[in-house]
Design a protein around this ligand. Structure first.
Ligand SMILES: O=P(O)(O)OC[C@H]1O[C@](O)(CO)[C@@H](O)[C@@H]1O
Length: 439
């Protein structure tokens, strides 16, 4: 197990009255224990395929074949799609420097782009810059009906047309969506299949924000040369305590859920995840969607906030330490001590920081992650620490599964459905109405 979690700095017995009473966490653990039993039943009946996916290997060949098709002679691979159809892939791709400030520019060919937002200026710019004949596009939408993804796809098809490539979208495009429901529609398939574009099937029983371990996340990962088997093996580690009947208090995801529930019931309505690694920035954004759409309903839930260290110490820390004590903090660190540039002693002296001399950049980051957790605790802010020594495919797979399980258990305990998102549908309908009226 790569993930080490400790909740000591969340408890009032250790950090004072701002912390969580042990009794509140124990009461929440009892409720979470029932949720674990419910998950065991879902596992036994096969109703929740998410619980089986970490051990599955039968789809690897299809994912790897599609990934090598995407890479073949390609300068660029562009993933279209939004929310859960993109953030999981982005999270995994960050292990290969995707969207890492500065470093992302130096990634090897093919360059990988995730276009998850709908911004006309960005889209015009990208379509103008991309070498279209050597670019592969993947349109991903579980439902096949998301307006933003359909508009992106139409825009790319039209750009191919203008570039004289309209005859070959099947050589340039790949689709990933649910099979068409019997007698029903799938707009993305309706759009692309007449062009001869091939589709991979989205797993019908796994919702978008839980789909990172399916072909939705693994295809981009494989296209970037990541070890997709290791990702699933890591996920299986996070699920193992559920399989072998471990008590909730020794099961990291269950303990995390109990901490969140106790915090919410104590009236602290904000959950902050602060990761001390550039390569976990997309992970924090993935978690924000997972948490927000799964837990925030029927007037319940907590507000997820993503932060990155040390940079956000210089923007958010003042509020965290000095503002209202209404948050649960998760400080996520990796084993960076001894890594990165070595600080020259004389230069460190000249900079007025003799303590830097002979130390690595990672030493300071490791110290900062530790100091942040301790400072939060000293100020009575409940803080959980999660550490993964080596951030690789296995560790990331474990983190992803941990947070999915923690989210489901929290939603169960709050009495809400972790798998729907009824509120967002209303906005989509209204936007379509405004568009029809000429917006
Ligand atoms: O994969 P789809 O069906 O295009 O949906 C994209 C995203 O839109 C949502 O349905 C919310 O509008 C998310 O839950 C989902 O991840």
């Amino acid at each position: 197990m790569a993930l080490q979690q400790t909740i000591d700095l969340a408890l009032a017995s250790n950090i004072g009255e701002g912390g969580l009473p042990r009794t509140a966490v124990e009461a929440a653990l009892a409720v979470v224990g029932k949720g674990m039993k419910r998950l065991a039943e879902e596992d036994a009946t096969g109703r929740l395929p998410l619980l089986h996916i970490p051990r599955a290997t039968d789809d690897f060949d299809a994912v790897r074949a599609a990934a090598s098709w995407l890479r073949r002679d390609a300068t660029d691979v562009v993933f279209l799609g939004t929310g859960g159809s993109s953030l999981g892939g982005q999270t995994l791709a960050q292990l290969r420097d995707y969207a890492v400030p500065g470093a992302g520019r130096f990634t090897e060919s093919p360059r990988v782009h995730f276009l998850d937002n709908l911004d006309p200026v960005t889209f015009d710019h990208i379509l103008h810059k991309l070498p279209l004949s050597s670019t592969r596009f993947v349109a991903i939408s579980k439902s096949g009906g998301t307006g933003e993804t359909l508009m992106q796809t139409i825009a790319v098809l039209s750009a191919l047309d203008r570039a004289g490539l309209r005859a070959r979208p099947n050589e340039i495009f790949l689709g990933l969506s649910e099979p068409r429901p019997p007698g029903g529609r799938n707009a993305l398939r309706d759009l692309l299949e007449p062009e001869g574009v091939r589709f991979l099937d989205h797993h019908g029983g796994i919702g978008g924000r839980y789909s990172v371990l399916t072909n939705v996340g693994l295809l981009p990962a494989a296209a970037m040369g990541l070890d997709i088997a290791a990702i699933r093996e890591g996920a299986a580690e996070a699920y193992e305590p559920f399989r072998n009947g471990t008590d909730a208090k020794y099961t990291p995801a269950a303990l995390g859920a109990a901490l969140n529930i106790a915090t919410i019931l104590e009236g602290k309505g904000i959950a902050v995840t602060m990761a001390y690694a550039d390569r976990l920035e997309r992970f924090t954004r993935w978690w924000v969607q997972l948490w927000a759409e799964s837990v925030g309903k029927e007037g319940k839930g907590s507000q997820p906030v993503a932060a990155i260290g040390p940079v956000d110490q210089h923007s958010q820390m003042q509020l965290y330490l000095g503002g209202p004590n209404n948050k649960l903090f998760t400080v996520l660190t990796t084993g960076v001590a001894g890594q990165g540039p070595l600080m020259d002693g004389k230069l460190a002296q000249r900079a007025g920081e003799p303590g830097f001399g002979g130390r690595h950049m990672g030493d300071l980051v490791a110290a900062q992650g530790r100091a942040t957790a301790d400072m939060l605790a000293r100020n009575g802010r409940p803080t959980r620490q999660i550490h993964v020594e080596k951030l690789d495919e296995r560790a990331l797979g474990e983190l992803l599964m941990h947070f999915m399980l923690e989210t489901i258990l929290t939603a169960y305990a709050l009495g809400v459905d972790p798998f729907d998102q009824p509120a967002v549908e209303e906005g989509k309908i209204l936007a379509r109405e405004y568009l029809a009226q000429g917006a």
